[in-house]
Design a protein around this ligand. Sequence first.
Ligand SMILES: NC(=O)c1ccc[n+]([C@@H]2O[C@H](COP(=O)([O-])OP(=O)(O)OC[C@H]3O[C@@H](n4cnc5c(N)ncnc54)[C@H](O)[C@@H]3O)[C@@H](O)[C@H]2O)c1
Length: 308
Amino acid sequence: MRGKTVLITGGAGFIGSNLARSLSDSNRVIVLDNLSTGTLANLAGVDVKFIKGNVLNKALVERVCKQVDYVFHLAAMTSVVQSVEEPERCYKLNLLATLSILDSCVKHGIKKFVFTSSAAVYGNSPKLPKREDMLPMPISPYAASKLGVEHACIVYNYLYRLNFVCLRVFNVYGPRQDPSNQYSGVISKFMQAALSNKPLIIYGDGTQTRDFVYVVDVVDALQRAATARVNGVFNIATGNATPIQRLAKLVIKLTGSKSSIKHLPRREGDVRASRASIAKAKRLLGWKPKIGLEQGLGYTIEWFKTKA
Ligand SMILES: NC(=O)c1ccc[n+]([C@@H]2O[C@H](COP(=O)([O-])OP(=O)(O)OC[C@H]3O[C@@H](n4cnc5c(N)ncnc54)[C@H](O)[C@@H]3O)[C@@H](O)[C@H]2O)c1
């Protein structure tokens, strides 16, 4: 994408700031973020117009959408645990605010609405790999809100011809992922622990698996989603299942850490196994992941070391 004006909601967060960094080279980027979990440090040295504001502010969203060609909507309550504790807040932010953004997109003839959905929509269905045509089984307000937006996009496309892509993103890792709160991604937590020689905590026996995808590959998928002449829902992952025990050992090896691995009881609601089929994204978005787990962990370790 070149010479366009794009809005990134949540652009000061982990994935959003990596996207802003990439798009700002050849596009005008507007970031709308209330800095609730994101930081301005994530955007240091990136040429963007930053607006500190809430996506729940309809008038503001409307004003910004008027100026842009594409909308990447990433701002959200991102924690499953928090969504269980505060379901109403979750639906308000993740679903209702998104409906207003969709209205503004229709009103101002946005070329494409790109949304970060989540692997969480598959819930606990035991079937692997997860394919987009499976029946979703959301088991948290977070997952239900993401699925609600997917369905709303289908309706806006049907009624108003709004072009959209929803990416069901699996477990993302890489530079600028914040390890500091209880909800943070496991890789950022392992990195932080390993680099300070503290124990790596695994909930359960560690045989549970996740499909980890490097943030630069996700950024590539978001950009292809915007420009591909296709609407729909796509898995974004690698198609590889990594057991958490193996991940912990790999992080310890690659960091040269003296950390041990400590097991705590399994957490209620934790999915046992996760692995995606990425055939649809390959076929219709022309996308495939380029960074393998060891390589991506290497880049991430380098970044964490600069922060230490
Ligand atoms: N990280 C992952 O593994 C993963 C996996 C699947 C889906 N996703 C989705 O990708 C998106 C980005 O996730 P992330 O990991 O970068 O999280 P993040 O918390 O780093 O980024 C979210 C950003 O949204 C901003 N934000 C939150 N509420 C806002 C509001 N009301 N108004 C304006 N800005 C607001 C935050 O300040 C933050 O900068 C989210 O929609 C998340 O659900 C992430």
